[in-house]
Structures are given as structure tokens and as C-alpha cells.
Write a protein that binds this ligand. Structure first.
Ligand code: FAD
Length: 341
């Protein structure tokens, strides 16, 4: 019996993580990644890549926590290995600060990150406009290196990568047994999902190697996330905007907001501006679907709509998508041995 053929559409962090989990859970599968863009031209390349979860209103908190925990555990192991620098994964400590004490002082992820605690009076003196804060250590992915590292691992596992724009998932039915849709915001057009909308984000990537701690304003509109080579300054959240053009006025606002949190950034150099569209939805679409035309079927697994938190839940959602792929394969004719995967 031939190996089951799986196509993953999309080469952002979700498509690549999902392809990796499929190779791990179904070593007998032949996996191909099809994407119209690869790194450095995806939304995932623009992201700051911090592991601080975003909340999906349509998903139970215990599920979101599980996704985050699985992702944290996976990336923590990489950060603690000789591959850390190539993969662009590192621990980073810092502060989330609030002008007013939040109603809920403990976020659901507080016991997943490391050393979560209220900030001391001494630490708060650094932020004269803020009254309350949380200190913790989390992980950060430097996005383009991490995507390249994932691609390298996939190639080593025998995964094929092809540049191809898919205009209809059905076009893949004669070539693949299962298709996994990880098209990010591209799923709006690809599968006509009206519940999926862009939340435009503009960020600055600057050279400021003296900035070692992350700082995030609890309102989410000012953040400073130091990476291995560059510091990401953000940000904006413009719901419904499809514009990928940087706005100079927004660049100045972001820079000023970040300098009021960390005045030394006035000396930052080599400022590069990036824009990305967060693929937002009230919940991640993580489900199986059977497409059927003229009695012919195509098994599909969707894994898109990660909004502002794709890096934070990449591994957890990828594992669930791989499990759903396993269920699809188990339904294929002559699959009794495959069901064991
Ligand atoms: P993408 O990276 O957009 O990948 C989609 C892929 O599908 C691309 O390769 C694309 O070419 C391909 N594709 C689309 N349509 C088709 C088609 N029809 N045919 C073939 N291929 C197709 N998240 C965090 O967890 N932490 C952060 O700190 C963080 N910071 C962010 C900062 C900004 C400014 C932005 C914009 C986002 C941030 N995010 C962050 C969110 C994160 O970037 C996204 O959740 C994540 O990148 C989504 O990944 P994805 O793979 O679904 O989408």
C-alpha cells in the first residue's frame, strides 16, 4: 500500500510546525508543503515571536492553556540545546506594566512562563506612569531564523517544499489523500471564511543591543521585545485593514510610545519598518472537513486563524492538527495498518 500523501498549504509558522508534527506522528506519510510565499515573505516573518498568549474568546481557556504549555515545553527544550542560536530561540526576562491594576491579576498562562510574580516597588520606579506590573521570563522566537530552522528540519525528514498558489483546495484532490489548510489570512479567499479578518500590525525592528529586558504595556499598544540581533518595537492593531504599506505617522507614534517606556531607545539605529496582517478569528479553526464533488471525496484539516498569538500556540495547535490528520488517514481504504501510524 502506497504511503498516504499529505499536502500542507502554507509555510508560515503554523504550516511548518504542522508539517513537522505530521512527520513525527505519521512517519509513513509523504508530506509536501505548498505555499505561494516562504520565509522571509510571510506574516510570521514580521511577528515579534514572543511567547505571551493572546486570548481567543471562542476557545475554552483550558484548551488555550494546553496549546501554550505544549508550545512552551517544545521551545524551551530547543532554547536549552546546542541548536538554540541557529533556531533563534532564547529566554527573555522582563515586565508587563499597567497604568491601572487589572481586574484579573493572574493571567491563565502565569504558571507556564517562568518566575511569574508582581513587580517590586523598586522595579516599578522605572515606569513612573504605571502603578502595577508583572515580572516573568518567557521565550522568544527570532522569526526568520526559526522559520528557516523549521524548513531545514522538514527537508531532513524528507518533506518536499513547492512554491505554488492554491486557488481551490479541491485542485489537490487527485494528488493528495489529505490536505491541511494553514493559509493564515489567505484562508479568507481560499475557503471563503468570512469569520476571518485581518488585524494589521506595524512594527519597527531596530538595532539597540543594550536593551536586554522585554517591556510590554498591558494595553498591548507599546511593546519592546529584544531578540538576538534586533529589538522589535510595536505596535498597532487595526481591525479590518488589509494595507501592507507602512505608515510614517504610525512609525513615529510607535517609536515615541516605546521611548516613553525605555528612554534609551532614542539612541536606536537602523530602524526598519514592517507590516503584517494577523489572521484573526474568534477561535482558531482547527477541524476536519470532507469536501465532496461528484461522489469523490477530499479529506481536509483546517488549522488557521491564530490572530495575535500564532507563535505562542504553534506547537499545541500543530499537534492537534496532526492528530486530526491521523484520524483522516485511518478512514482511508485499506488503512488498518495506517491507523496505527
Ligand atoms: P502566515 O505566516 O501568514 O503564513 C500563511 C502561509 O500561507 C504563507 O506562507 C502564505 O504564503 C501561504 N498562503 C496563503 N494563501 C495561500 C494560497 N492560496 N496558496 C498557497 N499558499 C498560501 N504572535 C505571537 O505569538 N507572538 C508575537 O509576539 C506576535 N507578534 C506579532 C506582531 C505582528 C506585527 C504581527 C502582524 C503578528 C504577530 N503575531 C505574534 C501573530 C503571528 O504572527 C501570527 O499568529 C502567525 O504568524 C500566523 O501564522 P500563519 O502560519 O497562520 O500565517
Amino acid at each position: 500500500m502506497a504511503a498516504p500523501k499529505v499536502a500542507v498549504v502554507g509555510a508560515g509558522v503554523i504550516g511548518l510546525s504542522t508539517a513537522l508534527c505530521i512527520t513525527e506522528t505519521c512517519p509513513s506519510c509523504s508530506v509536501t508543503v505548498l505555499s505561494d510565499q516562504f520565509s522571509p515573505n510571510t506574516t510570521s516573518d514580521v511577528a515579534a515571536g514572543m511567547l505571551i498568549p493572546h486570548t481567543y474568546p471562542g476557545t475554552p481557556i483550558h484548551v488555550q492553556k494546553q496549546w501554550f504549555k505544549e508550545t512552551f515545553t517544545f521551545l524551551f527544550a530547543i532554547s536549552n540545546s546546542p541548536e538554540a542560536s541557529e533556531a533563534g530561540i532564547h529566554l527573555v526576562s522582563g515586565w508587563q506594566v499597567f497604568k491601572n491594576t487589572p481586574k484579573k491579576e493572574l493571567p491563565f498562562w502565569s504558571d507556564v512562563v517562568l518566575g511569574f510574580r508582581p513587580m517590586s516597588e523598586g522595579e516599578l520606579q522605572k515606569f513612573p506612569e504605571h502603578r502595577f506590573g508583572q515580572a516573568f521570563t518567557t521565550l522568544k522566537c527570532d522569526c526568520p531564523p526559526y522559520l528557516l530552522w523549521l524548513e531545514k528540519r522538514l527537508k531532513a525528514a524528507g518533506v518536499q517544499m513547492h512554491t505554488r498558489k492554491v486557488t481551490d483546495l479541491w485542485d489537490l484532490h487527485s494528488e493528495y489523500n489529505v490536505v491541511v489548510n494553514c493559509a493564515g489570512i489567505g484562508a479568507h479567499q481560499l475557503v471563503g471564511d468570512e469569520k476571518l479578518f485581518p488585524v494589521r500590525g506595524q512594527v519597527l525592528k531596530v538595532h539597540a543591543p543594550w536593551v536586554k529586558n522585554f517591556i510590554r504595556d498591558g494595553d498591548g499598544l507599546a511593546y519592546i521585545y529584544p531578540g538576538i540581533h534586533r529589538v522589535t518595537l510595536g505596535g498597532t492593531r487595526e481591525k479590518g485593514s488589509w494595507s501592507l504599506s507602512p505608515d510614517p505617522g504610525t512609525t513615529k507614534d510607535i517609536f515615541d510610545r516605546c521611548c516613553s517606556l525605555e528612554p534609551s531607545l532614542r539612541g536606536a539605529q537602523d530602524i526598519k519598518v514592517k507590516v503584517g496582517l494577523r489572521p484573526s478569528r474568534h477561535c482558531v479553526r482547527l477541524q476536519r472537513e470532507v469536501l465532496s464533488r461528484g461522489g469523490v471525496k477530499l479529506l481536509v484539516v483546517h488549522n488557521y486563524g491564530h490572530g495575535a498569538g500564532g507563535f505562542s500556540v504553534q506547537r499545541g495547535t500543530a499537534k492537534e492538527a496532526a492528530r486530526l490528520v491521523g484520524e483522516c488517514i485511518a478512514t482511508l481504504p485499506g488503512s488498518s495498518s495506517r491507523a496505527k501510524l
